[in-house]
Every structure is written in C-alpha cells, then in structure tokens.
Design a binder for this molecule. Structure first.
Ligand code: NAD
Length: 476
C-alpha cells in the first residue's frame, strides 16, 4: 500500500491495473478523500485469477493445498496472521473506522477482534476436522476432502474486515487459492490483510486482491472460467445477478444476502433487557447490519410503553453510531422515511440530519402506525430505521413475522420458554435468537432462507463449501 494510492495485490506484490481510471474512497463522516483504488476490469481479473491458479498448481492442481501447504502449514499461517493483526489492532481499527465511518471503539472492540477470531477459529477447525469413512460387508468408502481450487470472495462494506476473514479463513484452511473483491467503498483493510499474509510467508498467489466496481471487477471474477467457486455477501439483487451468471457455468455459489428481520416482543418479556436488545438490533452500526431487527412486532398490551421507551433509547443511540456509508445511501434511507409519512406512518423520532461536515449522517428513527404491507415495512432499508407493529396473539405474531420475502434472522423476547421454542420452530428464518441478538458461536450455521440467500456459512458448513468431497470405494 503506497500512501493514498492502493493497488491490486497479486502474487505477493502490488500490481497496477491495466487502465488508469481510479475510484475515490471517501470518508463517510465528512466526504474527504481517504485513498483511491484501481478500477479493475476483465484483463486485471485474469491476471489475479492466473496467480491463484499457479498457486493451486504448486499444490498438485487441487490434490494438495494451494502453494503446497499442508494442514499444519495452513493452520500456522492463519494463526500467524491473526497474531500480527492483533498486534496492529489500532492501525486496522483506524483504517476500518475511516472507510466505514463507524466509531473507532466499535472497530477496536468488534470488527477487528472478530476478524482475528475468525482466522483463529478456522486454524483450529481444520486441525480438528475428522476424515470420514463408511464400511460395509462388501466395501470401504473413504471420503477425501479436496480444495475446490481458485475461489472468488466478494464482500460488502458494512463489516469489511470481519466478513472477508469469515470467508478467507475457511477458504485457506481447506487449501484453496483466493481472489478477493472487497467493496469499492471500503478497500483499505483488505489490502492491509493481503500484505500481512505475504509478510507472514504465504506463497505467492494464495491471497490476491482485485479492486474495482462490482459490475466490472466482480462480474469478471464470477465469469472467469478458472474461478471454481464464488462466495458472495451483499444485497439480494446483486446475489440474483451473480446466480444468473454462475448457474450456466455450473460454479459452486454461496449467497449471503439481505434481511428484514422481525424482533417479536411478547408482553411477558423482561422489559429492560428486551428494550436494550431490540434497540441494539435496530440501531447498531447505524442499522447497516444484515441481521438488524428492523421490524418490531409487539403484543398490544406493551405497544405504547415500548414505543415511548424505544424513542428514549433512540436518542441515546444517536451518540453511539457513525454516519451512513455514503450520501447516496442516506438519500435512499431518507426516501423510505418520507414514503412512510406519505403512507400514514407516524415518525416518532429521527429522520435525516443536518450534516454540517458534509457527511452522511442519519438519526435513529422510529415509525409507528404503518400497514405491515407498506414498502417501508417490507423492503430492506439498511439504515437506523424501525417500524413498529402491534399484534394481539401468538398466531398473529407468527403471521406477521413470516410475512416477508426475506428469511435471514429473527429474535423472540419472552419469559415463556415453551412458547419461545414453539415460535422459533415456525419462524421462516435461517437463524433465531431468544432473548438476545447477534450472539455468535462460530460453529453454528449462518445464513438465510427465502430471498436472504442460499447455502450456509459457519463451522463445518463453510469448510464443506470450500471443499470438494470425493469418495473412493474399495471392494473388500
Ligand atoms: P452489494 O450487493 O451492492 O455489493 C456487495 C459486493 O458485491 C461489493 O463488493 C460489490 O462491488 C460487489 N458487486 C456488485 N455488483 C456485482 C456484480 N454484478 N457481480 C459481482 N460482484 C458485484 O451490497 P452492499 O451494498 O455492499 O452491502 C449491503 C448488502 O449486503 C445488504 O443488502 C446487506 O443485507 C447485505 N449483507 C448480507 C450479509 C449476510 O451475511 N447475509 C452480511 C452483510 C451484508
């Protein structure tokens, strides 16, 4: 990384793109220039993919790990990088905070430590992965875990470092070579990480970074005949485009997409911890979290008290969050609040903020009185905006909770654990939390149903995605 100018990172070194066009990376807080990245195209993508393919060849073309690294080598490499990132925590957190606009403490306490944890988790998981075999009277079957090959990792801007390591950890652990395409809005920590791998002795071409726009650099990776799998996290519309391109090429694809997640609050909940939990689910990271609880469903008896208290919580959260990622995104979020008002919603607090520093600020916003079928209650806004809807009983709560095209996550707040279990079984989401939100155990499956994606990440699900399970059957 040279000063204000980031380059692609290919085969262990900074490489300029073929074209001279550059993309400006702006600070969401005040619009100042942080750095620029290359606007890579198909030619640059092929240079990066060919570096990854050469690295796979060193491992015997997929029979062994990329760069000839065995399990112990990969595990040691992931641990060594995790240690050096941890030593440079402040530098990484500062870069992440600048690119995303999130407060430095959040990057210091959440984003970077979680990324380090991801690397360490998969370093250990690969060591503990058990080989599988199945015997019968007539044969012995041995299952071979082989790398998929060269894989593309395409990631969004809301948790840039954390989400990249969440894919990169299992991809490297399983012996693949990588071309990562970070969001053009938050390119810095990915570049630092690629350099970190090279510094830790990673073979050239194991971890390559291709910067650029999604529809150009990202699309070129998905189309490349030498990319064997695509792991994508981002919006549902982009996920659909990637699926359309990848399907006829018969590539492995994992899609982690958007959400419109319900927080379901029963009148028998423990009020103060519920309030704290649903406010965090609504406003953390300025609501720019795929898992955020943006539809609050509340039992009639608690409705008015909850609205009043959430408005108080919203005021406290306005000091704990940064701006939205760009002014364009702020305009989109503001348009949903305007639409809600037009559709008869009551804006209890929040809305667009004056931005003297020319940033993309937006205050935590609580909206009541909207039809559940309204667009503001149905579409992913990805900002600090919640709509609140009353329900009379459990049946209506379930009907509302599942009345969405999305199916990523949901939370249930109640002191009745029998009800919580019954309700959780019927929710159409990949993940359910009871009396908590976003509590993560890296061993469990992570991902969504319906329009929130296909495939699962986490633990063995990530490791299965980044491997080809082959079976060898020997007659006894
Ligand atoms: P996005 O879909 O606009 O972009 C994500 C990435 O895809 C970026 O790197 C972008 O450059 C790239 N891209 C865009 N078009 C492409 C194309 N045609 N081909 C290949 N790559 C392309 O999403 P975003 O705005 O960066 O992120 C916000 C979205 O991500 C929200 O919808 C959020 O819910 C979702 N998200 C989901 C999860 C999850 O785990 N389910 C986690 C975080 C964010």
């Amino acid at each position: 990384m040279k000063g204000d100018t980031l380059s692609n990172w290919i085969a262990g070194q900074a490489v300029e793109a073929a074209g001279s066009e550059r993309i400006e990376n702006l600070d969401p807080r005040d619009g100042t220039l942080i750095n620029t990245i290359p606007c890579s195209g198909p030619k640059d993508a092929e240079v990066a993919v060919s570096a990854a393919s050469s690295c796979m060849e060193q491992g015997g073309g997929g029979q062994g790990g990329a760069g000839g690294l065995n399990v112990a080598d990969r595990s040691a490499l992931l641990r060594s990088v995790a240690d050096s990132v941890e030593r440079r925590l402040e530098q990484y957190a500062e870069a992440e905070s600048r690119d995303t606009g999130k407060p430095l403490e959040v990057a210091m306490e959440v984003d970077i430590p979680r990324g380090v944890e991801n690397l360490r988790f998969f370093a250990q998981a690969i060591e503990e992965r058990q080989p599988m075999s199945f015997s019968s009277a007539s044969s012995v079957n041995e299952v071979l875990d082989r790398p998929v090959g060269s894989v593309a990792l395409i990631t969004p801007w809301n948790f840039p470092f954390h989400l990249l390591t969440w894919k990169l950890g299992p991809a490297i652990a399983m012996g693949n070579a990588i071309v990562a395409k970070p969001s053009e809005l938050t390119p810095t920590t990915a570049t630092m990480l690629a350099e970190e791998f090279t510094g830790a002795g990673a073979p050239d071409g194991l971890f390559n970074i291709l910067h650029g726009k999604g529809a150009e650099a990202g699309d070129a990776l998905v189309r490349s005949e030498n990319i064997n799998a695509v792991s994508f996290t981002g919006g549902t519309a982009t996920g659909r485009t990637i699926a359309e391109v990848a399907a006829p090429l018969l590539k492995k694809v994992s899609l982690e997409l958007g959400g419109k997640n319900p927080s379901v609050v029963f009148a028998d909940c423990e009020f103060s911890s519920t309030l704290e939990g649903i406010a965090k689910a609504a406003f953390f990271n300025s609501g720019q979290v795929c898992l955020c609880g943006s539809r609050i469903l509340v039992e009639d008896a608690l409705h008015d008290a909850l609205v009043e208290s959430l408005v108080e919580q919203a005021a406290q959260w306005s000091d704990r969050i940064g701006p939205l990622i760009t002014k364009e995104h702020r305009n989109k979020v503001a348009s949903y609040v305007a639409l809600a008002a037009k559709d008869g919603g009551r804006i209890m607090c929040g809305g667009e903020e004056e931005s003297p520093e020319d940033g993309a600020w937006f205050a935590p916003t609580v909206i009541c009185g909207l039809e559940h079928s309204s667009r503001t209650a149905q579409e992913e806004i990805f900002g600090p905006v919640v709509t609140i809807h009353p329900f009379k009983d459990e049946d209506e709560a379930l009907q509302l909770a599942n009345d969405t095209d999305f199916g990523l996550a949901g939370t249930i707040w109640t002191s009745d654990m029998v009800r919580a279990q019954r309700f959780a079984q019927k929710m159409e989401t990949g993940m359910v939390w009871v009396n908590t939100w976003n509590e993560r155990d890296l061993r469990v499956p992570f991902g969504g149903m319906k329009q929130s994606g296909s495939g699962r990440e986490g633990g063995r699900w990530s490791m299965d995605f980044f491997s080809e399970a082959r079976n060898v059957c020997v007659k006894q």
